[in-house]
Design a protein around this ligand. Structure first.
Ligand code: IYR
Length: 226
């Protein structure tokens, strides 16, 4: 038998559920996640900071290329900064909706009824998520990162799920380009803005696009090879 791998340790905290319990838990999680919607109407109530912290702690448990954790999160609650982000985002969006986006893209978006008005950016908590192309050792040397978009995407998914779990709503927002986030959040050029995650409480009379809640069935999206 091969010797123990010297840098490996026991798997801690693992719990196996019996099949009925697995079914129950999977159905419960499914029912919860089916209620997740992308929300564009927020009220101004601040979200408890410890909740955001816990959700971010959840996000950073995500697997990443060589466990190099190539992400950075900037949480923005400051009104002036949010105003600045809205202003910059709306500049990009105005261009997008008035000529930059091909008609096919605009047609795909039309059931969502989105436009260049991004007022939600001033009424929610904003989490700017950056992808780090490389890391830096204490002595300044560069460390190459691997599978960066994949890793940051998985962490973002964990974050969205964690926020939903506590009854907060979110929107993945991607004005393009969004390099203005580097300057506003004071992040280095080596970090690429990945996504602006909008989160908070839904406005009292919050509406969501009906189309957004429709899901293409599993039979069309899954193949089983048995
Ligand atoms: N960034 C624009 C356009 C947009 C693009 C996609 I793809 C969406 O799923 C939704 C919107 C906007 O936020 O309006």
């Amino acid at each position: 038998m091969a010797a123990d791998k010297p840098v490996w340790k026991d798997l801690e905290g693992y719990h196996e559920y019996d099949a009925p319990e697995m079914t129950r838990r999977s159905a419960e999680y499914l029912a919860q996640m089916k209620l997740r919607r992308s929300v564009r109407e927020y009220d101004d109530r601040p979200v408890p900071e410890d909740v955001i912290r816990n959700c971010l702690e959840t996000a950073i448990t995500a697997p990443s290329g060589a466990n190099l954790q190539p992400w950075h999160f900037t949480v923005i609650t400051d009104a002036a900064k949010k105003h600045q982000i809205r202003t910059e985002a709306e500049v990009e969006e105005r261009e997008f909706y008035s000529g930059k986006a091909p008609q096919e893209w605009l047609d795909a978006l039309s059931p969502l009824g989105t436009d260049e008005n991004k007022s939600f950016l001033e009424h929610a908590t904003l989490i700017a998520i950056f992808a780090q192309r490389h890391g830096e050792l204490p002595d300044g040397r560069r460390v190459k990162h691997y599978y960066v978009p994949e890793s940051v995407g998985i962490a973002t998914g964990f974050l969205i799920s964690a926020l939903h779990n506590v009854g907060l709503v979110t929107l993945t927002h991607t004005p393009s380009p969004m390099n203005f986030l580097n300057q506003i959040c004071e992040r280095p050029d080596s970090e690429k803005p990945y996504l602006l995650l909008v989160c908070g409480y839904p406005a009292a009379d919050c509406k969501v696009p009906a189309f957004g809640g429709t899901r293409i069935g599993l039979d069309e999206k899954v193949t089983w090879i048995k």
